[in-house]
Design a protein around this ligand. Structure first.
Ligand code: ATP
Length: 412
């Protein structure tokens, strides 16, 4: 109906997305986007949100949440995205670059955002940077693919999207250097846990036992309290004090240190990767997972080098062992950081929205790796995800269902 132009640019593991974003905000505009020359643009992305969160934190001001009491940092992903879109629209841009807008959103919020974008598309040009094909906005009719820094335009979405398939891991998961000791069977035990913030109930009487070697998926709508539960499990949330919360056999608040808990846990969330800027080789990044530090400050032992080699061979990355982590593609960085979290075979591995921002190919590879790890190790896994990762094979699903009294948990 409208004459407004819209684009989808398929991004994969190799794409230099930051370069494209920069050029879309440069007066020269990349080839194919000449219609946007001289137009005012805005960026809707996770990175923008992180910048606003930092700004708000540093200056103790509110920029995009000025109409609310709550700070941006403490909002759920869905709430943050809504706040950012409202802020962008107040400034009436001619075009909006949407960097994987549906990541981290639950199904209802995705549908709501899709509808809003459809409405906005009548008056504003949209450039969707897209990693997962099913996210494609239906009104878009120009398609491109970004490989490294090269943009190629195609007649249809199917040609612009690549999926190479073939996920080949060579051999079994390497054994741990030393098996972490834990005598009991139940790693995490939440008994009737309640959490509320400023009088607003978030979690209601949560009962959840995670036992050795179990593979869990944690699901729930935006704002249902998934991050809050994770902060209970990692011992970081002070609201755990005085409650029946048992972490690796120790009741929260009985003199344990955060370190006592953390040493049992491997943790991965994409923002860890995206913020990391050190110059370390791929091999050293992996080995640092054995020392619980980022980067490597002590000389690795022979056995550590051997285990890193086995993992790199499994992932077909051995030939890249000396490459700087910094120079890897985003998908490769994620894989490396995930393996880094696994390498010591923690008692519990927490993966918080690990596939957000990954293209279909990388996400499939990531899911296959996690399934393999679940099968071949004694580590318990909690995989938090909104998306249906069709190929994920959890033993159980823990679902949070919101209610006025706070979210109630259910094992599916
Ligand atoms: N420190 C805090 N102060 C006030 N409210 C908070 C705080 N932390 C979380 N909340 C609120 O608690 C609710 C649950 O947030 P949480 O981040 O745990 O949800 P979530 O399920 O992880 O959401 P998402 O999937 O969007 O990341 C949200 O409404 C959030 O705004």
């Amino acid at each position: 109906m409208s004459q407004i132009a819209h684009w989808a640019v398929f991004i994969d593991n190799t794409s230099d997305k930051e370069y494209l974003i920069d050029s879309l905000f440069n007066p020269d505009m990349p080839k194919g986007f000449e219609e946007l020359k001289g137009a005012s643009g805005a960026l809707f992305s996770k990175l923008m949100l992180e910048r606003f969160i930092d700004e708000e934190d540093r200056h103790d001001t509110k920029i995009i949440t000025s109409g609310t009491v709550q700070s941006l940092k403490t909002m759920s992903s869905g709430e943050q995205k809504k706040a950012l879109l409202n802020y962008i629209l107040e400034n009436n841009p001619d075009f909006i670059v949407l960097d994987n807008p549906f990541d981290n959103l639950d199904i209802a919020s995705q549908a709501e955002l899709k509808e809003r974008l459809e409405h906005i598309s009548d008056t504003t040009s949209l450039v969707q940077l897209i990693s997962r094909k099913r996210d494609l906005l239906p009104f878009i009719d120009s398609f491109a693919r970004l490989e490294k820094r090269v943009l190629t335009f195609y007649d249809d979405d199917a040609s612009a999207h690549t999926f190479r398939n073939a996920i080949n891991f060579m051999g079994a998961i390497p054994s741990p250097i030393k098996q972490l000791k834990f005598d009991g069977d139940t790693l995490i035990d939440l008994r009737g846990i309640n959490v509320s913030y400023s009088g607003k109930p978030i979690l209601k009487a949560i009962n959840w036992k995670i036992k050795k070697g179990e593979f869990w998926q944690l699901v729930g709508k935006n704002g249902s309290g998934k991050t809050t539960i994770l902060s209970m499990i990692t011992g970081e949330n002070p609201k755990g004090y005085g409650q029946e919360l048992y972490l690796f056999g120790i009741k929260k608040g009985s003199g344990e240190s955060v370190w006592d808990i953390k040493k049992h846990i491997g943790y991965f969330t994409p923002s860890m990767t995206d913020k990391f800027t050190g110059y370390h080789s791929l091999e050293h990044m992996l080995i640092s997972g054995l020392n619980d530090s980022i980067g490597l400050y002590v000389r690795p032992t022979e056995i550590q080098l051997k285990v890193a080699q086995q993992w790199l061979m499994l992932m077909d990355m051995w030939h890249m062992k000396d490459v700087h982590f910094h120079d890897l593609t985003m998908g490769q960085k994620r894989m490396v950081m995930c393996v880094r979290a696994m390498i010591k075979h923690p008692l519990l591995l927490i993966l918080d929205e690990p596939t957000a921002g990954l293209d279909d190919q990388s996400a499939a590879m990531f899911v296959a790796l996690v399934n393999k790890f679940a099968k071949e190790s004694d580590t318990a896994i909690v995989f938090v995800s909104h998306r249906k990762e069709e190929d994920l094979e959890p033993d159980y699903i823990y679902e949070l269902n919101t209610s006025k009294q706070g979210s109630i948990g259910k094992v599916q």
